[in-house]
Every structure is written in C-alpha cells, then in structure tokens.
Design a protein around this ligand. Structure first.
Ligand code: ADP
Length: 447
C-alpha cells in the first residue's frame, strides 16, 4: 500500500480523498495555489506545498510543479480527484515515467476514452449501444447534411474532445446546419484546441443514466448500479439520484452486465462511469469518464462501499474487494450540488461566507470544504459542497431532503439552495418524471 499520497485537487473532493487516506493510514500531501492557503484540505493534510498563483493553468494544471511537489515530499501516489488533470493522459504518463502511481486507469485508457469519437467506436465494438450518428468525424457542412438526412432532424454537433457541455450545437433543420456546424467548431477550438466534431441524433426526451463500473488488473469487473442525473442546467448536472426512479431491476442487470463485460474486455483498471441517454426504454452510450465523478456519493450510500478507498486499493495492485454477487443496493440516495451561484441565472457568486450551519441527523451527509468565515475565491468551479440524503425509500428521501434544505444556512453569498427548496415541491420532481431538458423548460417559464 502507498505511504504518502498527494492530492492534486482542491475543494470538497480534496477533502473527500484526504478522509479516505486518513482511514487507510496513508500520509497526505495537499497542494494549493496562493488563493487557497486557508483552504480546509491544506489545514487537514499532513503536509502541504504551495504550487503557484491562483490561475489554475499555473497551479492545479501545472504538471511540472505537481511532479516537483511529489519529489520534494516523497509522495508515491497521486489522486487527481475530478476536473483539473484527472482525465489528462499526459499527466498520467509523466507520473508513470516518474514511478509515481496515478490513482486512475492507465494513460492508454484515459486517452482512448478522452477522444469521444474513438471512445464511441471502441464501446460499440464491445456491444454497447450508442446514439445513432456519424461514423467518426465530420469534415464539412455537406457531409453534415448528408448524415442528418440519414438519421433525421434534429441533430447535435458535438466536439470530439468535448467536456462540460461545451462545443455542442443543435440543428433543427437543414437551414440551421451551416451556422451550428461552424459555431460548434469555433467553440471546440477555443475550449479544447481541437475543432474535430461529430454528429449524433438529438434525443428529445431522454434521461441521463450512468453506470458506475470498476475493473482490476486481473480483468475482474463489476458494476455498482446506476445514477440518474437527468436534472441538468446547460448540460451540467445539478441533482443526482440512485437508483433511478424509472429503471427496472431487469434493465439495470442487463445494461450493468454489458458495461462490466466491456470493462473486463478492455482490461480497464480502476473506477469509471459509462454515461448513457435513456429514451423509449433504450440505452444509448454518450461517453465514458475515466475518473471519480462528483456524484459518486449516491452510489456509496446505496451500496455501502467507499469508492475512493477502492480506487486507491486497485491502483496499489490489489484485486477488487468485492464480486458482482456481493453487491446489494439498499434504499435510495439523492445528491444536491450546492453551488455558489445565483439560483436563477447561475451567475457565480464569490465572496465571504458570513455564517454556515449545515443540516444534520440520520441519513444526511455533507461533502464540503467550506466553513463560516471562508472566502470563496473567484478563480475556480462554483461547487462548494454536496448535500447527500439517504433513506429506505425515495419518498422518505424526499421528505428528509426537504427537512435538510430547511435547516441549511449559508449567508454572505448566493447558493443553489433556494432552487432546490422550490424544486422538491414540484410534482414532476416528486414523481421522478423529468428528462434532461426539464429544468431548462421549468426555468424559462418564469424568465
Ligand atoms: P460533456 O462531456 O460535454 O458533458 P456529454 O456527451 O456527456 O458531453 O453530454 C452532456 C449532456 O449533453 C448530456 O447529459 C445530455 O444532457 C446532453 N446530450 C449529449 N448528447 C446528446 C444527444 N445525442 N441528444 C440529446 N442530448 C444530448
């Protein structure tokens, strides 16, 4: 097992990893920018290294500084969390070359899934159903029109290197293709320095259902059920639940087995998430994330497993500590992303948290790194915490969530808490009857 692990991240996820390490008796090294000197993960880690100025490009994304921090402190492993360098195959490769373990799959697998076109092609060959669309990249508008004619409108033009919902444009008819195509390309080029795009049929009422998978070096692979992440704004998740209110036991087993078999065939090691859109009782692969997800706690709450510890154990060469038959799901879990944002416009709200009182009691988990008096720096993601509720049933989970939201006090900045308070009064949410476009429609009604 590792002796000292460097956490190449910040915020709640840095703390989440640190907690797993403490329980495993692994020493921790926090890295931080000058904007994060007072951050909780820095205070609680055994050692800390300041690696640069606030801009992420010069700190949390600065590979030479992070490798130097490993060497100075003698860290033998790095956990990248999510975001930042977590899906950067180059980073994994450099660590491999320095004999430092990367807590995640091999650089080869990160690279394979990082290009969405290659990823789609790979999983399709392994028997995973994909969204109908182009075979590979689409080079020009004429080609785009030809494909659109075959699959039918509306279509979605997507960036091969996409992430965070960027570089994605819809065309509802042939007249819209030319503009959507060039906008998707321009946005992709600006965000990912890669203007390769491909085309998918635009599904009109899908749910976002993702399967958590794990694989080890022996080729063992399991799935840990699904997460329903259909409540989204701007193609970004804001509330996630497990199990999905609309997936049957049989559907879960079927897509789970197909996913786990693909992971085993790929010889994929570590945690991964296979993301699907689900419409008319069919699953359609959209992408695979080769890292821990923000919403991993809902899976932990219904399986009782610690996914971060499992990631660390697998990266140290241990076999998976469970087999498929041992995985049992209990009750229901819902996660709300608490963002420092205006709850209507989602414009970020940085500044000082004047008072902070998190809810407590049975079935309530808070993964957060903020505290009263903490100053939210304006440089990073607006996620400041996650409220995770678990209960025996979905119904009980919702009433517990309502109670928790009523107790939650964060003053000094704007947060998404008032939006959640409103949403859980809504019948569609109560009945679990919402698709990925539901929230946008709901918000535009009173805009
Ligand atoms: P990213 O990596 O940018 O997050 P994804 O491919 O995972 O991109 O898609 C993000 C979100 O965009 C999905 O959860 C869904 O809401 C929407 N989306 C993606 N592909 C489609 C599609 N073919 N039809 C409808 N919506 C889609």
């Amino acid at each position: 097992m590792f002796k000292k692990l460097l956490i190449a991240n910040r915020g709640e996820i840095a703390l989440r990893v640190l907690r797993a390490c403490k329980e495993m008796n692994i020493m921790t090294v926090a890295i931080h920018s000058t904007a994060d000197t007072d951050a909780m993960h820095v205070r609680l880690a055994d050692e800390s290294v300041c690696i640069g100025p606030p801009q992420a490009s010069e700190s949390y994304l600065n590979i030479p500084s992070i490798v130097a921090a490993c060497e100075i402190t003698g860290a033998d492993a790095v956990h990248p969390g999510y975001g930042f360098l977590s899906e950067n195959f180059h980073f994994a490769e450099i660590l491999e070359a320095h004999n430092i373990s990367f807590i995640g799959p091999s650089s080869k697998h990160i690279s394979l899934m990082g290009d969405k076109i290659t990823a789609k092609d790979t999983v399709k060959k392994l028997g995973i159903p994909v969204v109908p669309g182009s075979d590979g990249d689409v080079k020009n508008v004429d080609e785009a029109k030809k494909i659109a004619k075959q699959i039918g409108y509306p279509i979605l033009i997507k960036a091969a290197s996409g992430g965070g919902g960027r570089g994605m444009k819809i065309a509802n008819n042939e007249g819209e293709i030319s503009e959507a195509f060039s906008m998707a390309r321009t946005e992709a080029k600006a965000a990912f320095s890669d203007d390769t795009v491909y085309i998918e049929k635009y599904l009109q009422k899908p749910r976002h259902i993702e399967i958590q998978v794990f694989g080890d070096s022996k080729g063992n692979a399991v799935y840990l059920g699904e997460r329903d992440c259909s409540l989204q704004r701007r193609n970004q998740k804001i509330l996630e639940e497990a199990p999905s209110p609309i997936i049957t036991e049989e559907q879960r087993r079927k897509i789970g087995n197909i996913s786990a078999k693909a992971i085993s065939d790929l010889k994929y090691e570590g945690a991964g998430t296979i993301e699907f859109l689900f419409e008319n009782n069919e699953f359609y692969f959209i992408e695979m994330n080769t890292r821990l997800q923000v919403e991993h706690p809902v899976t932990e709450m219904i399986t009782g497993l610690d996914l971060v510890k499992e990631q660390i154990k697998i990266a140290s060469g241990e076999d998976l500590s469970f087999i498929q038959d041992n995985i049992k799901y209990k009750g229901h879990a819902i996660e709300c992303r608490i963002n420092s944002e205006n709850p209507r416009t989602f414009i970020p709200s940085a500044g000082r948290i004047e008072s902070y009182h998190p809810p407590g009691g049975l079935g309530i988990r808070i993964d957060s790194a903020v505290y009263a008096g903490y100053n939210i720096p304006p440089y990073y993601d607006s996620l400041i915490g996650k409220l995770i509720i678990s209960a025996d049933s979905r119904e009980e989970c919702l009433s517990r969530l309502q109670r928790a939201l009523d107790e939650f006090v964060i003053e000094g900045i704007e947060t998404t808490i008032p939006l959640f308070r409103e949403l859980i009064q809504n019948n569609d949410i109560i009945n679990g009857d919402y698709d990925i476009h539901w929230l946008e429609k709901y918000l535009s009604k009173d805009a």
